[in-house]
Design a protein around this ligand. Structure first.
Ligand SMILES: CC(C)=CCC/C(C)=C/CC/C(C)=C/COP(=O)(O)OP(=O)(O)O
Ligand SMILES: [Zn+2]
Length: 392
């Protein structure tokens, strides 16, 4: 008993130490009003899509090819960078080679077994490209049978044959199915009930029942519930309380779980909860958007290009995608119409002192005098995409 108490105390003082070190470090970055390095971010991201199939430098990400494409294509889309027809075709044919002709679904690379996460990345990447040619490569019938084969009797999904089960599987399955028009009753049965079991005493949602609530899993769970039209079966007051409490008081960015450090990617995993929740609370100001933007502009940019977790970390494609997605959610409103479809609008009063470093060269499509030049394009989060493409 004494031992475990003293171990707990050690853990908590270590956590506090890390937190105060991070605050001390970040305070210095928050003092400077950083401009937005749009051109350099585009340059950083373009390197990936310009060299398809992926070069040997990506060997450690060999099982994540659809993810690399999704992160970069989505981030470039958020920066309003138009992909040429030739680039689109190269991305489409790269993904075509990754689809499994026998089982259906997409693996991490050619010849690899299909996985729900890489299938989600591939389908969402193709949805962002959004052309008939992009959608036509997907074998929807095989995809449907494969997704159903991963479903368990309690309504959860394995990520791949005999692999782990958690709410990422639920979200990837219903997201893909909704985008491809194959969201049937057998696929949806009990899915919402399993997700409800994953909501914890804190209000957030864990990977599976009875584990710690975490931002990544909470986004998956809430977005899946929204697609299933079952959001109100969650304890939404508790969820909102947990989500707003994850915005850090000094840093302004979000942490992924209680007593952990701020990280730029949670700008989306946590920040992306609010466009959904705002429709249930009829309030578009549930967290401090300005405070989040200050963290993003000052602490999550590499001036040479690419976005990151926190100062001291290198830029990468994953963080570039989710930091920009979080920035975008803080600059737009997502209001549901009477049919339940999301309509996106840029927040007119988005104002800040940060200056785009090259606004004349790649200015956003919707840029007007009212908007800051640092407004990025709208994000999809699967919901907006669904509104746009579910008619296929
Ligand atoms: C669609 C799909 C597959 C979505 C995945 C969502 C998801 C689970 C994101 C979380 C990723 C992440 C930063 C984990 C870090 O946990 P950590 O324990 O290393 O970091 P922490 O200290 O911030 O908690
Ligand atoms: Zn991160």
């Amino acid at each position: 008993m004494n031992n475990s108490l003293s171990e707990d105390n050690e853990i908590s003082s270590y956590t506090l130490e890390l937190q105060s070190e991070t605050e001390e470090y970040i305070k210095n970055y928050l003092k400077i009003d950083q401009k937005f390095f749009r051109k350099n971010h585009i340059g950083f991201l373009k390197k990936v899509v310009a060299h398809l199939p992926l070069s040997s430098g990506f060997i450690s990400l060999d099982a994540s090819k659809p993810w690399i494409l999704y992160w970069t294509v989505h981030a470039l889309d958020l920066l309003s960078y138009p992909l040429s027809k030739e680039l689109q075709n190269r991305i489409i044919s790269t993904l075509k080679n990754i689809q499994n002709p026998i089982t259906g679904g997409f693996g991490g690379g050619p010849g690899q077994i299909s996985h729900l996460a890489t299938s989600y990345a591939a389908v969402n990447c193709l949805a962002i490209i959004g052309t008939t040619e992009a959608f036509e490569i997907i074998d929807r019938e095989k995809m449907y049978k494969w997704i159903l084969s991963l479903k368990l009797s309690n309504g959860s999904f394995m990520m791949a044959q005999d692999m782990e089960v958690d709410v990422r599987g639920s979200y990837c399955a219903v997201n893909i199915a909704k985008l491809l028009g194959i969201l049937t009753d057998p696929l949806c049965e009990k899915v919402a009930a399993f997700i409800c079991e994953c909501q914890t005493y804190e209000g957030g949602i864990g990977a599976v029942p009875n584990v710690e609530a975490h931002g990544g899993y909470t986004f998956c769970a809430l977005a899946a519930m929204e697609i299933l039209k079952a959001t109100e079966t969650l304890k939404l007051n508790d969820l909102l309380f947990w989500a707003v409490s994850r915005q850090m008081t000094l840093e302004g960015g979000f942490q992924g779980r209680t007593n952990k450090l701020v990280d730029g990617c949670y700008s989306f995993w946590q920040g992306g909860l609010f466009p959904i929740l705002s429709n249930y609370f009829e309030n578009n100001d549930l967290y401090s958007k300005d405070f989040l933007q200050r963290y993003i502009f000052n602490c999550c940019q590499n001036s040479k290009g690419g976005l990151l977790d926190k100062p001291s970390k290198p830029p990468d494609f994953y963080h570039s995608c989710y930091v920009l997605s979080g920035l975008s959610t803080s600059q737009h409103e997502y209001n549901k119409d009477l049919e339940g479809n999301y309509a996106v609008s840029t927040i007119e009063e988005v104002e800040n002192d940060w200056v785009d470093d090259n606004s004349s060269e790649t200015s956003p499509k919707d840029n007007t005098d009212t908007f800051s030049t640092t407004v990025v394009n709208d994000y999809d989060s699967s919901l907006v995409i669904i509104t746009l493409y579910s008619e296929m």
